[in-house]
Design a binder for this molecule. Structure first.
Ligand SMILES: NC(=O)c1ccc[n+]([C@@H]2O[C@H](COP(=O)([O-])OP(=O)(O)OC[C@H]3O[C@@H](n4cnc5c(N)ncnc54)[C@H](O)[C@@H]3O)[C@@H](O)[C@H]2O)c1
Length: 280
């Protein structure tokens, strides 16, 4: 549906647009000929990206920066009002996200904050935009940014994993419900690999060889979205698509084979997992 949505024209609304994957996505949507509504926390970064996107956009195209905290449902409803007042919505990309450390029995405040931004931020976007996008009855796409950590749920940051597992489930339900409703809107779960963005640069000053750039990641995602994929797992310089498939298979296998939770990281299963990952 992405090609049809672009052909019809209109706006791309991107949250978390002031940095990283959101910024590059906004630039790509502008280059494709769409108007762009950029939503992020207020600040210089958002203003700078507004200028960049304006330079990339067609002459006369709408480019709006709307300072928005995605955890504030009222602010997201106002973002939707601004967008629909400016034009038809062709793309809604709920992408804003944060990473904060969490432990299984620690850092409750970080748990709440991460889930507020990463999960309820996406829900706020869906709730604010869907009724009018469905009523518009025009080709459109919704993209929610998840994470491999919401699919294979590795140890280390359970709060972040929960938030992204929630995004996966919400996005699957949305795709089903729009299909049932007969709406001409396709839904896509964007699952970046390791991408060197603002979130990562805060901890690692230089791009590690294993990471992809934001540009590589977004170009892969838009390519797969153009082909209609729902699950868009992006590779990076360490993890190939085949490796991702093996890891997802193993994670589901924990349930099917009645193995212990997160057996991929259980010493008794280390050899079996290593064999599984290398199979084929
Ligand atoms: N970089 C990676 O390797 C990676 C991997 C998997 C998933 N992701 C996901 O990709 C998405 C984009 O992240 P990124 O890597 O480009 O990081 P980034 O930090 O460069 O960009 C995230 C943007 O979201 C904004 N944001 C944070 N809280 C917000 C709020 N409450 N309201 C509005 N905007 C808010 C930030 O200001 C920032 O501009 C996130 O959802 C992240 O979880 C990233």
């Amino acid at each position: 549906m992405f090609r049809e949505a672009v052909a019809r024209g209109g706006l791309a609304v991107v949250t978390g647009a002031a940095s990283g994957l959101g910024r590059v996505s906004a630039l790509r949507f502008a280059e494709a000929g769409l108007g762009v509504v950029l939503a992020d926390l207020p600040g210089d970064a958002l203003n700078t990206v507004e200028q960049e996107v304006r330079s990339a956009a067609n002459e006369g195209a709408t480019v709006l920066a709307v300072p928005t905290d995605v955890t504030d449902a009222q602010a997201v409803a106002e973002l939707a009002d601004r967008a629909f007042a400016a034009g038809e919505v062709a793309v809604l990309m709920n992408n804003a996200g944060i990473g904060l450390p969490t432990g299984s029995w620690e850092q409750a405040e970080n748990w709440r904050r991460v889930i507020e931004v990463n999960l309820f931020g996406v829900m706020n976007g869906v709730h604010a935009f869907m009724p009018r996008m469905v009523a518009a009855d025009r080709p459109a796409v919704v993209v929610n940014t998840g994470s491999k950590q919401g699919i294979t749920t590795p140890p280390g940051n359970p709060g972040y994993n929960v938030s992204k597992a929630g995004v996966k489930v919400l996005t699957e339900a949305l795709a089903h419900d729009l299909r049932e409703a007969g709406a001409p809107i396709s839904v896509h779960l964007f699952v970046p690999g390791f991408a060197y963005t603002g979130m990562i640069a805060a901890f690692i000053p230089e791009k590690p060889p294993s990471a992809w750039t934001s540009e590589q990641t977004v170009d892969h995602f838009i390519g797969r979205m153009s082909e209609g994929d729902f699950y868009i797992l992006c590779p990076d310089n360490d993890v190939t698509p085949e490796r991702d498939r093996r890891r997802v298979e193993w994670a589901l296998g924990d349930i099917i084979e009645n193995r212990p939770a997160l057996s991929r990281w259980h010493p008794d299963y280390a050899d079996a997992f290593a064999r599984h990952e290398k199979m084929r």
